[in-house]
Ligand binder design. Structure first.
Ligand code: DX5
Ligand code: ZN
Length: 232
């Protein structure tokens, strides 16, 4: 997939701003505001079943794709990704990430290949690392949730760090060139820990869009802190 927006250190650390924390009446401006430092735009898709609330779908993605050249990654927190993933691909999403908890992961990986999009597999804080191991060689990314999915602005769960480190090591040991992404409670105070544990793509919502500074400045700061942690 495209490497646009990535900081050019050896680990390809990149930022994926989550527009979940943006003002939905100004989504276009939110995306534009972080274009310079974003490797991906992270779109949280929620269905009211897999998680308690509902957010946005393929039509919103279609509009965002027209607006920006930054690739859009869709985090599908939905019960039936196999029914909807083709619509996200059609809308122009560059990547769909599905939760291992919904099942049919191997089938979904095949579907993503056939659709010509990148594919990620996510796991919730309570889900053991071993659940995703059978799929590591057929996905492009692992998303380790560092909060329970459903809402922005939650507190980072440090108890996930050993699992993140275990997954990152497993990926390296297997010689796979897949990305390890984290999502939930990522900000200047936590980014160092996740980078040290092996994460290289950082999803951040409230730390960018509710930071009290401009989203552009918040995004730049976050990537700087992550880089410092990465080269240590
Ligand atoms: C939560 C979503 C996240 C959310 C993160 O279920 O998957 O992408 O936007 O928000 P912050 O960065 O505020 O924890
Ligand atoms: Zn997300």
């Amino acid at each position: 997939m495209g490497r646009r927006g990535l900081v050019t250190d050896s680990r390809n650390i990149g930022l994926a701003p989550s527009i979940l924390s943006a003002d939905f009446s100004f989504l276009g401006e939110a995306v534009r505001s972080v274009e310079q430092s974003a490797g991906w735009i992270h779109v949280d898709v929620m269905d009211g079943h897999f998680v308690p609330t509902i957010t946005m779908g393929p039509l919103a993605v279609q509009s965002l794709v027209r607006l920006t050249s930054v690739p859009i990654e869709c985090h599908l927190m939905i019960d039936n990704p196999w029914a909807i993933m083709p619509q996200f691909a059609q809308a122009g999403a560059a990547r769909c990430t599905v939760h291992v908890e919904t099942g049919r992961t191997a089938e979904l990986a095949g579907m993503a290949r056939a659709l010509g999009i990148s594919m990620g597999v996510a796991l919730n804080p309570e889900t053991p690392a071993a659940e995703i191991y059978p799929y590591l060689d057929s996905v492009d990314l692992v998303l380790v949730m560092t909060v329970n999915p459903g809402f922005g602005g939650q507190q980072f769960m440090p108890e996930v760090l050993p699992k993140l480190a275990e997954i990152s090591s497993r990926v390296s040991e297997m010689g796979l060139e897949i990305d390890v992404e984290v999502d939930g409670g990522i900000g200047p105070g936590t980014v160092g820990q996740v980078v040290a544990a092996g994460a290289n793509i950082l999803v951040a919502g409230s730390a960018i869009f509710s930071a009290g500074t401009s989203p552009a400045a918040a995004a730049e700061k976050l990537i700087r802190v992550a880089m410092d942690a990465g080269v240590r």
